[in-house]
Design a protein around this ligand. Structure first.
Ligand SMILES: Cc1ncc(COP(=O)(O)O)c(C=O)c1O
Length: 472
Protein backbone atom coordinates (compact mmCIF):
# COMPACT_ATOMS: atom_id res chain seq x y z
CA UNK A 1 0.00 0.00 0.00
CA UNK A 2 2.86 2.37 0.83
CA UNK A 3 4.33 1.72 -2.58
CA UNK A 4 1.31 3.22 -4.31
CA UNK A 5 1.73 6.38 -2.26
CA UNK A 6 5.36 6.73 -3.29
CA UNK A 7 4.88 6.25 -7.02
CA UNK A 8 4.53 9.96 -7.84
CA UNK A 9 7.99 10.75 -6.46
CA UNK A 10 10.08 7.88 -7.82
CA UNK A 11 11.66 10.03 -10.54
CA UNK A 12 13.08 12.39 -7.93
CA UNK A 13 15.39 9.85 -6.34
CA UNK A 14 15.85 7.94 -3.06
CA UNK A 15 16.25 11.01 -0.80
CA UNK A 16 12.83 12.33 -1.78
CA UNK A 17 11.32 8.87 -1.34
CA UNK A 18 12.80 8.74 2.20
CA UNK A 19 11.26 12.12 2.95
CA UNK A 20 7.83 11.09 1.67
CA UNK A 21 8.11 7.91 3.79
CA UNK A 22 8.77 10.12 6.81
CA UNK A 23 5.67 12.11 5.91
CA UNK A 24 3.65 8.89 5.72
CA UNK A 25 4.87 7.76 9.12
CA UNK A 26 4.00 11.08 10.86
CA UNK A 27 0.54 11.47 9.33
CA UNK A 28 -1.44 8.23 9.71
CA UNK A 29 -4.49 10.17 10.93
CA UNK A 30 -4.57 12.29 7.78
CA UNK A 31 -4.12 9.18 5.66
CA UNK A 32 -7.09 7.52 7.35
CA UNK A 33 -9.33 10.54 6.73
CA UNK A 34 -8.13 10.80 3.15
CA UNK A 35 -8.86 7.16 2.46
CA UNK A 36 -12.31 7.48 3.94
CA UNK A 37 -13.45 10.80 2.48
CA UNK A 38 -12.04 10.31 -0.99
CA UNK A 39 -14.76 7.70 -1.52
CA UNK A 40 -17.25 10.55 -1.25
CA UNK A 41 -15.32 13.72 -2.03
CA UNK A 42 -13.16 13.62 -5.19
CA UNK A 43 -9.50 13.53 -4.14
CA UNK A 44 -10.66 14.14 -0.55
CA UNK A 45 -10.56 17.93 -0.93
CA UNK A 46 -12.94 20.74 -1.79
CA UNK A 47 -10.59 22.83 -3.89
CA UNK A 48 -8.37 21.10 -6.46
CA UNK A 49 -5.31 23.05 -5.33
CA UNK A 50 -5.45 21.43 -1.90
CA UNK A 51 -4.63 17.96 -3.18
CA UNK A 52 -1.07 16.76 -3.62
CA UNK A 53 0.29 13.21 -3.56
CA UNK A 54 0.51 11.09 -1.47
CA UNK A 55 -2.44 12.84 0.28
CA UNK A 56 -3.00 16.22 1.90
CA UNK A 57 -2.82 16.85 5.63
CA UNK A 58 -6.07 17.32 7.50
CA UNK A 59 -6.15 20.01 10.17
CA UNK A 60 -8.17 20.65 13.28
CA UNK A 61 -7.01 23.85 14.93
CA UNK A 62 -5.05 27.03 14.31
CA UNK A 63 -3.92 30.01 16.36
CA UNK A 64 -1.50 32.84 15.75
CA UNK A 65 1.30 31.59 13.51
CA UNK A 66 0.59 27.90 14.19
CA UNK A 67 -1.69 25.17 12.91
CA UNK A 68 -2.21 21.59 14.16
CA UNK A 69 -2.98 18.53 12.05
CA UNK A 70 -5.13 15.59 13.16
CA UNK A 71 -2.01 13.69 14.28
CA UNK A 72 -1.20 16.54 16.70
CA UNK A 73 1.77 17.65 14.64
CA UNK A 74 2.30 21.37 15.16
CA UNK A 75 3.35 23.49 12.19
CA UNK A 76 4.53 27.03 11.84
CA UNK A 77 2.27 28.21 9.05
CA UNK A 78 3.71 30.30 6.21
CA UNK A 79 0.89 29.40 3.83
CA UNK A 80 -1.57 31.55 5.75
CA UNK A 81 -4.60 30.69 3.68
CA UNK A 82 -2.89 31.39 0.34
CA UNK A 83 -2.18 34.87 1.65
CA UNK A 84 -5.74 35.52 2.87
CA UNK A 85 -4.47 35.51 6.44
CA UNK A 86 -2.04 38.40 6.75
CA UNK A 87 -3.93 38.83 10.04
CA UNK A 88 -2.69 35.34 11.08
CA UNK A 89 -4.97 32.69 12.60
CA UNK A 90 -7.64 33.67 15.12
CA UNK A 91 -6.43 37.22 15.64
CA UNK A 92 -7.60 38.26 19.13
CA UNK A 93 -9.36 41.43 17.91
CA UNK A 94 -11.20 39.49 15.22
CA UNK A 95 -12.11 36.71 17.64
CA UNK A 96 -13.66 39.26 20.00
CA UNK A 97 -15.53 41.19 17.32
CA UNK A 98 -16.71 38.15 15.39
CA UNK A 99 -17.96 36.42 18.54
CA UNK A 100 -20.13 39.47 19.19
CA UNK A 101 -21.33 39.38 15.60
CA UNK A 102 -22.21 35.68 15.75
CA UNK A 103 -24.44 36.44 18.71
CA UNK A 104 -26.17 39.15 16.69
CA UNK A 105 -26.69 36.88 13.67
CA UNK A 106 -24.52 36.15 10.70
CA UNK A 107 -26.96 36.42 7.81
CA UNK A 108 -29.67 39.06 7.43
CA UNK A 109 -30.09 39.34 3.62
CA UNK A 110 -30.89 42.98 4.32
CA UNK A 111 -28.33 45.76 4.05
CA UNK A 112 -26.30 46.22 7.24
CA UNK A 113 -25.66 49.50 9.05
CA UNK A 114 -21.91 48.90 8.98
CA UNK A 115 -21.96 49.73 5.25
CA UNK A 116 -22.13 53.37 6.22
CA UNK A 117 -18.67 53.55 7.83
CA UNK A 118 -17.22 50.81 5.70
CA UNK A 119 -18.00 52.35 2.31
CA UNK A 120 -15.98 55.49 3.01
CA UNK A 121 -13.11 53.46 4.37
CA UNK A 122 -13.00 51.26 1.25
CA UNK A 123 -13.20 53.99 -1.40
CA UNK A 124 -10.59 56.11 0.38
CA UNK A 125 -8.20 53.24 1.03
CA UNK A 126 -8.28 51.83 -2.50
CA UNK A 127 -8.88 54.99 -4.46
CA UNK A 128 -12.06 53.86 -6.24
CA UNK A 129 -15.35 55.68 -6.92
CA UNK A 130 -17.81 52.89 -6.17
CA UNK A 131 -17.81 49.21 -5.26
CA UNK A 132 -19.97 46.17 -4.64
CA UNK A 133 -19.29 43.23 -2.34
CA UNK A 134 -19.35 39.50 -3.17
CA UNK A 135 -18.05 36.39 -1.42
CA UNK A 136 -15.05 35.11 -3.34
CA UNK A 137 -12.40 36.18 -5.75
CA UNK A 138 -13.95 34.12 -8.54
CA UNK A 139 -17.28 35.88 -8.16
CA UNK A 140 -15.63 39.30 -8.18
CA UNK A 141 -13.85 38.41 -11.43
CA UNK A 142 -17.07 37.20 -13.03
CA UNK A 143 -18.82 40.46 -12.21
CA UNK A 144 -15.86 42.59 -13.28
CA UNK A 145 -15.88 40.92 -16.71
CA UNK A 146 -19.65 41.25 -17.01
CA UNK A 147 -19.37 44.95 -16.21
CA UNK A 148 -16.64 45.47 -18.80
CA UNK A 149 -18.73 43.73 -21.45
CA UNK A 150 -21.80 45.73 -20.52
CA UNK A 151 -19.90 49.02 -20.57
CA UNK A 152 -18.21 48.44 -23.92
CA UNK A 153 -20.90 46.36 -25.65
CA UNK A 154 -18.08 43.99 -26.72
CA UNK A 155 -17.44 40.34 -25.88
CA UNK A 156 -13.75 39.51 -26.35
CA UNK A 157 -11.40 39.64 -23.37
CA UNK A 158 -7.62 39.50 -23.25
CA UNK A 159 -5.82 37.70 -20.46
CA UNK A 160 -2.20 37.00 -19.67
CA UNK A 161 -0.77 33.52 -20.16
CA UNK A 162 -0.23 31.69 -16.86
CA UNK A 163 -2.43 33.92 -14.71
CA UNK A 164 -5.11 32.39 -12.53
CA UNK A 165 -8.21 34.47 -11.92
CA UNK A 166 -10.40 31.86 -10.22
CA UNK A 167 -12.96 29.38 -11.43
CA UNK A 168 -15.25 31.46 -13.70
CA UNK A 169 -15.43 29.75 -17.12
CA UNK A 170 -14.19 32.80 -19.04
CA UNK A 171 -10.88 32.92 -17.22
CA UNK A 172 -10.25 29.18 -16.98
CA UNK A 173 -8.20 29.62 -20.10
CA UNK A 174 -4.40 29.27 -20.34
CA UNK A 175 -3.93 29.38 -16.57
CA UNK A 176 -1.21 26.73 -16.80
CA UNK A 177 -1.30 25.43 -20.39
CA UNK A 178 0.77 22.45 -21.47
CA UNK A 179 3.65 23.64 -23.56
CA UNK A 180 2.56 21.41 -26.44
CA UNK A 181 -0.83 23.11 -26.66
CA UNK A 182 0.13 26.67 -25.88
CA UNK A 183 1.42 27.83 -29.28
CA UNK A 184 4.48 30.01 -29.93
CA UNK A 185 5.97 32.02 -27.03
CA UNK A 186 5.22 35.33 -28.66
CA UNK A 187 1.78 34.35 -29.89
CA UNK A 188 0.21 32.05 -27.32
CA UNK A 189 -3.10 30.44 -28.20
CA UNK A 190 -5.97 30.10 -25.74
CA UNK A 191 -6.18 26.72 -24.05
CA UNK A 192 -9.20 25.47 -22.09
CA UNK A 193 -8.14 24.38 -18.62
CA UNK A 194 -11.20 22.45 -17.52
CA UNK A 195 -13.52 19.90 -18.98
CA UNK A 196 -16.99 21.35 -19.15
CA UNK A 197 -16.04 24.83 -20.32
CA UNK A 198 -17.68 25.25 -23.73
CA UNK A 199 -15.45 25.81 -26.76
CA UNK A 200 -17.24 29.09 -27.49
CA UNK A 201 -15.59 30.53 -24.39
CA UNK A 202 -12.14 29.78 -25.77
CA UNK A 203 -13.06 31.79 -28.87
CA UNK A 204 -13.79 34.83 -26.71
CA UNK A 205 -10.40 34.97 -25.01
CA UNK A 206 -7.07 36.13 -26.43
CA UNK A 207 -3.81 35.37 -24.66
CA UNK A 208 -0.76 37.60 -24.29
CA UNK A 209 2.60 37.02 -22.58
CA UNK A 210 3.24 39.07 -19.42
CA UNK A 211 5.74 41.92 -19.62
CA UNK A 212 5.30 42.16 -23.39
CA UNK A 213 3.31 44.79 -25.25
CA UNK A 214 4.24 43.72 -28.78
CA UNK A 215 1.81 40.80 -28.90
CA UNK A 216 -0.85 42.93 -27.27
CA UNK A 217 -0.35 45.63 -29.89
CA UNK A 218 -0.70 43.06 -32.68
CA UNK A 219 -3.98 41.77 -31.25
CA UNK A 220 -5.30 45.29 -30.77
CA UNK A 221 -4.31 46.24 -34.31
CA UNK A 222 -6.37 43.41 -35.63
CA UNK A 223 -9.39 43.35 -33.35
CA UNK A 224 -9.03 46.08 -30.73
CA UNK A 225 -12.54 47.34 -31.46
CA UNK A 226 -14.04 44.01 -30.38
CA UNK A 227 -12.21 43.82 -27.06
CA UNK A 228 -14.13 44.55 -23.86
CA UNK A 229 -11.38 44.10 -21.30
CA UNK A 230 -7.79 43.32 -20.57
CA UNK A 231 -7.65 41.45 -17.27
CA UNK A 232 -4.31 41.16 -15.54
CA UNK A 233 -2.65 40.66 -12.18
CA UNK A 234 -0.42 43.74 -11.90
CA UNK A 235 2.22 41.56 -10.25
CA UNK A 236 1.93 37.93 -11.34
CA UNK A 237 1.39 35.91 -8.16
CA UNK A 238 0.29 32.50 -9.38
CA UNK A 239 3.44 31.50 -11.25
CA UNK A 240 5.84 32.25 -8.46
CA UNK A 241 6.09 36.02 -8.28
CA UNK A 242 6.90 37.99 -11.43
CA UNK A 243 7.15 41.76 -11.28
CA UNK A 244 6.21 44.17 -14.08
CA UNK A 245 9.26 45.49 -15.95
CA UNK A 246 10.00 48.57 -18.02
CA UNK A 247 6.82 50.48 -17.24
CA UNK A 248 4.75 47.56 -18.50
CA UNK A 249 1.65 48.52 -16.50
CA UNK A 250 1.72 52.13 -17.68
CA UNK A 251 2.14 50.97 -21.27
CA UNK A 252 -0.86 48.64 -21.13
CA UNK A 253 -2.90 51.43 -19.54
CA UNK A 254 -2.06 53.67 -22.48
CA UNK A 255 -2.89 51.02 -25.06
CA UNK A 256 -6.21 50.03 -23.48
CA UNK A 257 -7.22 53.70 -23.33
CA UNK A 258 -6.49 54.11 -27.03
CA UNK A 259 -8.98 51.36 -27.85
CA UNK A 260 -11.55 52.18 -25.11
CA UNK A 261 -10.88 48.83 -23.48
CA UNK A 262 -11.67 48.35 -19.80
CA UNK A 263 -8.51 47.62 -17.83
CA UNK A 264 -9.22 45.21 -14.97
CA UNK A 265 -6.56 44.75 -12.31
CA UNK A 266 -7.09 41.49 -10.45
CA UNK A 267 -5.76 42.53 -7.05
CA UNK A 268 -7.06 39.47 -5.25
CA UNK A 269 -3.51 38.55 -4.31
CA UNK A 270 -1.69 41.85 -4.81
CA UNK A 271 -4.17 43.99 -2.84
CA UNK A 272 -3.01 44.65 0.77
CA UNK A 273 0.12 42.62 0.04
CA UNK A 274 2.64 45.43 0.15
CA UNK A 275 1.01 47.69 2.70
CA UNK A 276 -2.61 48.80 3.00
CA UNK A 277 -3.05 49.60 -0.68
CA UNK A 278 -3.33 48.10 -4.13
CA UNK A 279 -0.56 47.47 -6.64
CA UNK A 280 -2.37 50.01 -8.86
CA UNK A 281 -1.69 52.68 -6.24
CA UNK A 282 1.88 51.54 -5.76
CA UNK A 283 2.70 51.52 -9.47
CA UNK A 284 0.64 54.68 -10.07
CA UNK A 285 -1.57 53.18 -12.73
CA UNK A 286 -5.27 53.87 -12.85
CA UNK A 287 -7.24 50.76 -13.92
CA UNK A 288 -10.98 51.03 -14.61
CA UNK A 289 -11.95 48.13 -12.35
CA UNK A 290 -10.14 46.35 -9.53
CA UNK A 291 -11.07 43.15 -7.75
CA UNK A 292 -10.01 42.46 -4.18
CA UNK A 293 -10.45 39.40 -1.94
CA UNK A 294 -8.18 37.26 0.27
CA UNK A 295 -6.28 39.57 2.69
CA UNK A 296 -8.99 42.25 2.84
CA UNK A 297 -11.39 39.90 4.59
CA UNK A 298 -9.15 38.76 7.44
CA UNK A 299 -9.99 35.17 6.51
CA UNK A 300 -13.74 35.63 5.98
CA UNK A 301 -15.24 34.95 2.56
CA UNK A 302 -15.65 38.39 1.03
CA UNK A 303 -14.56 40.18 -2.14
CA UNK A 304 -14.81 43.65 -3.62
CA UNK A 305 -15.43 44.75 -7.20
CA UNK A 306 -14.54 48.43 -7.38
CA UNK A 307 -13.89 51.04 -9.99
CA UNK A 308 -14.96 54.07 -11.94
CA UNK A 309 -18.41 55.44 -11.38
CA UNK A 310 -19.43 55.36 -15.04
CA UNK A 311 -18.85 51.60 -15.09
CA UNK A 312 -19.94 50.62 -11.59
CA UNK A 313 -23.17 52.57 -11.87
CA UNK A 314 -24.33 50.20 -14.61
CA UNK A 315 -25.08 47.73 -11.82
CA UNK A 316 -28.71 47.82 -10.86
CA UNK A 317 -32.15 46.37 -11.24
CA UNK A 318 -33.81 46.46 -14.66
CA UNK A 319 -35.71 49.67 -15.12
CA UNK A 320 -37.70 48.31 -17.97
CA UNK A 321 -37.65 45.32 -20.27
CA UNK A 322 -35.41 47.33 -22.61
CA UNK A 323 -33.06 48.96 -20.17
CA UNK A 324 -31.58 46.24 -18.07
CA UNK A 325 -28.95 46.93 -15.47
CA UNK A 326 -25.95 44.66 -14.87
CA UNK A 327 -26.96 41.88 -12.53
CA UNK A 328 -24.98 41.63 -9.33
CA UNK A 329 -26.61 39.59 -6.59
CA UNK A 330 -25.98 36.90 -3.99
CA UNK A 331 -27.65 35.57 -0.87
CA UNK A 332 -24.43 35.80 1.13
CA UNK A 333 -23.15 39.09 -0.33
CA UNK A 334 -22.04 41.51 2.40
CA UNK A 335 -23.31 39.27 5.17
CA UNK A 336 -22.73 40.76 8.63
CA UNK A 337 -20.05 38.23 9.59
CA UNK A 338 -17.83 38.87 6.57
CA UNK A 339 -18.51 42.61 6.64
CA UNK A 340 -17.42 42.83 10.26
CA UNK A 341 -14.31 40.81 9.51
CA UNK A 342 -13.38 43.09 6.60
CA UNK A 343 -14.06 46.26 8.54
CA UNK A 344 -12.03 45.23 11.59
CA UNK A 345 -9.20 43.91 9.40
CA UNK A 346 -8.86 47.10 7.38
CA UNK A 347 -9.48 49.56 10.18
CA UNK A 348 -7.70 47.98 13.12
CA UNK A 349 -5.29 45.25 12.09
CA UNK A 350 -3.68 45.74 8.68
CA UNK A 351 -2.55 49.29 9.30
CA UNK A 352 0.48 50.94 7.71
CA UNK A 353 2.42 50.44 10.95
CA UNK A 354 1.58 46.73 11.07
CA UNK A 355 3.37 46.07 7.77
CA UNK A 356 6.73 47.56 8.74
CA UNK A 357 8.16 44.59 10.69
CA UNK A 358 6.70 42.12 8.17
CA UNK A 359 8.52 43.66 5.24
CA UNK A 360 11.73 43.46 7.30
CA UNK A 361 11.03 39.80 8.15
CA UNK A 362 10.46 39.08 4.49
CA UNK A 363 13.83 40.41 3.43
CA UNK A 364 15.42 38.41 6.27
CA UNK A 365 13.85 35.30 4.79
CA UNK A 366 14.87 36.16 1.22
CA UNK A 367 18.48 36.71 2.30
CA UNK A 368 18.58 33.45 4.23
CA UNK A 369 17.21 31.48 1.27
CA UNK A 370 19.61 33.05 -1.18
CA UNK A 371 22.60 32.36 1.08
CA UNK A 372 21.51 28.73 1.19
CA UNK A 373 21.20 28.60 -2.60
CA UNK A 374 24.78 29.84 -2.82
CA UNK A 375 26.06 27.49 -0.15
CA UNK A 376 24.50 24.42 -1.77
CA UNK A 377 24.92 25.50 -5.37
CA UNK A 378 21.20 25.48 -6.08
CA UNK A 379 20.02 27.28 -9.19
CA UNK A 380 17.33 29.47 -7.69
CA UNK A 381 16.42 32.94 -6.46
CA UNK A 382 13.67 34.45 -4.34
CA UNK A 383 11.25 37.08 -5.63
CA UNK A 384 9.32 38.99 -2.97
CA UNK A 385 6.32 41.23 -3.03
CA UNK A 386 5.37 42.91 0.24
CA UNK A 387 4.84 40.22 2.86
CA UNK A 388 5.19 37.30 0.42
CA UNK A 389 8.04 35.52 -1.32
CA UNK A 390 8.44 32.78 -3.91
CA UNK A 391 11.30 30.53 -4.92
CA UNK A 392 12.06 30.51 -8.62
CA UNK A 393 14.29 27.55 -9.50
CA UNK A 394 16.23 29.34 -12.19
CA UNK A 395 19.59 31.10 -12.57
CA UNK A 396 17.99 33.88 -14.59
CA UNK A 397 15.36 36.42 -13.62
CA UNK A 398 12.08 35.20 -15.04
CA UNK A 399 9.76 37.64 -16.80
CA UNK A 400 6.78 35.61 -17.98
CA UNK A 401 4.99 32.28 -17.71
CA UNK A 402 6.94 30.47 -20.46
CA UNK A 403 10.15 31.22 -18.59
CA UNK A 404 8.59 29.73 -15.46
CA UNK A 405 7.93 26.55 -17.45
CA UNK A 406 11.67 26.43 -18.18
CA UNK A 407 12.54 26.35 -14.44
CA UNK A 408 13.18 23.21 -12.43
CA UNK A 409 9.94 23.07 -10.47
CA UNK A 410 10.52 19.48 -9.34
CA UNK A 411 13.01 20.81 -6.81
CA UNK A 412 10.11 22.26 -4.86
CA UNK A 413 9.10 18.81 -3.57
CA UNK A 414 12.20 17.95 -1.51
CA UNK A 415 12.09 21.48 -0.10
CA UNK A 416 8.41 21.23 0.82
CA UNK A 417 8.49 17.76 2.38
CA UNK A 418 11.79 18.52 4.12
CA UNK A 419 10.24 21.55 5.82
CA UNK A 420 6.89 19.88 6.58
CA UNK A 421 8.62 16.98 8.30
CA UNK A 422 10.33 19.53 10.55
CA UNK A 423 7.07 21.22 11.56
CA UNK A 424 7.10 24.09 9.10
CA UNK A 425 4.64 24.75 6.32
CA UNK A 426 7.09 26.91 4.43
CA UNK A 427 4.62 28.28 1.88
CA UNK A 428 1.32 27.58 0.16
CA UNK A 429 0.83 24.26 -1.58
CA UNK A 430 2.47 23.99 -4.99
CA UNK A 431 5.70 25.08 -6.68
CA UNK A 432 3.88 28.02 -8.28
CA UNK A 433 2.94 29.35 -4.86
CA UNK A 434 4.51 31.58 -2.19
CA UNK A 435 4.86 32.19 1.53
CA UNK A 436 3.07 34.88 3.46
CA UNK A 437 4.20 36.48 6.71
CA UNK A 438 1.38 37.51 9.02
CA UNK A 439 1.15 40.10 11.78
CA UNK A 440 1.25 37.21 14.25
CA UNK A 441 4.60 35.80 13.13
CA UNK A 442 7.45 36.67 15.47
CA UNK A 443 11.16 37.01 14.90
CA UNK A 444 11.60 33.61 16.61
CA UNK A 445 9.19 32.06 14.09
CA UNK A 446 11.33 33.42 11.29
CA UNK A 447 14.49 32.13 12.92
CA UNK A 448 12.97 28.66 13.19
CA UNK A 449 11.99 28.72 9.54
CA UNK A 450 15.57 29.64 8.65
CA UNK A 451 17.06 27.02 10.98
CA UNK A 452 15.30 24.15 9.17
CA UNK A 453 16.05 25.53 5.73
CA UNK A 454 19.48 24.00 5.96
CA UNK A 455 17.97 20.52 6.18
CA UNK A 456 15.54 21.14 3.31
CA UNK A 457 18.10 22.77 1.04
CA UNK A 458 20.54 19.92 1.45
CA UNK A 459 17.77 17.65 0.19
CA UNK A 460 17.13 20.02 -2.71
CA UNK A 461 20.82 20.02 -3.65
CA UNK A 462 20.94 16.22 -3.56
CA UNK A 463 17.82 16.02 -5.72
CA UNK A 464 19.27 18.54 -8.17
CA UNK A 465 22.34 16.34 -8.44
CA UNK A 466 20.24 13.18 -8.86
CA UNK A 467 18.14 14.75 -11.62
CA UNK A 468 21.28 15.94 -13.46
CA UNK A 469 22.82 12.50 -13.32
CA UNK A 470 19.72 10.48 -14.13
CA UNK A 471 17.98 12.68 -16.66
CA UNK A 472 20.69 14.60 -18.48
C1 LIG B 1 -5.20 36.35 -8.62
C2 LIG B 1 -6.39 35.56 -8.22
N1 LIG B 1 -7.58 35.87 -8.74
C3 LIG B 1 -8.70 35.20 -8.40
C4 LIG B 1 -8.66 34.15 -7.52
C5 LIG B 1 -9.91 33.41 -7.15
O1 LIG B 1 -10.27 33.70 -5.84
P1 LIG B 1 -11.17 32.67 -5.00
O2 LIG B 1 -10.35 31.47 -4.76
O3 LIG B 1 -11.49 33.44 -3.75
O4 LIG B 1 -12.37 32.40 -5.81
C6 LIG B 1 -7.43 33.78 -6.97
C7 LIG B 1 -7.34 32.64 -6.04
O5 LIG B 1 -6.32 32.15 -5.70
C8 LIG B 1 -6.28 34.49 -7.33
O6 LIG B 1 -5.06 34.16 -6.85
Amino acid sequence: MYEAYLADYEDLGPKVIDEVKKYLSRTSGSREIFEKVSDYIPYGVNSNQRYYPPYPLYFKNAKGSRIWDVDDNEYLDFNMGYGALIVGHAHPILVKELKKQVEKGILYTYPHELLCELSELVVDLFDIDMFRISNSGSEAIMFAIRLARAYTGRDVIIKVEGTYHGTYDHVLISTWPYRGLAGPRKMPVSVLESMGVPDVVEDLVRIVPYNDTETLEDILDEEGDDVAALIIEPVMMNAGIIKPMNNYLKRIRKLTKEYDIVLIFDEIKTGMRNGPRTAAQEYRVDPDIITLAKAVGGGAPISIIGGKEEIMSLIGPSESMRERGVVHAGTYNANPFSLRSLYVTLKEILTREAYKPLIKFNSMLKNAYEEMFKQYDIEAYVETYGVSGAIIFSKHKVKNFREILDTNMDLWYPYYFGMLNNGIIPMATGPEEMWTISVQHTEEDLERHIEYLDYAMRLVAETQEYIREEWE
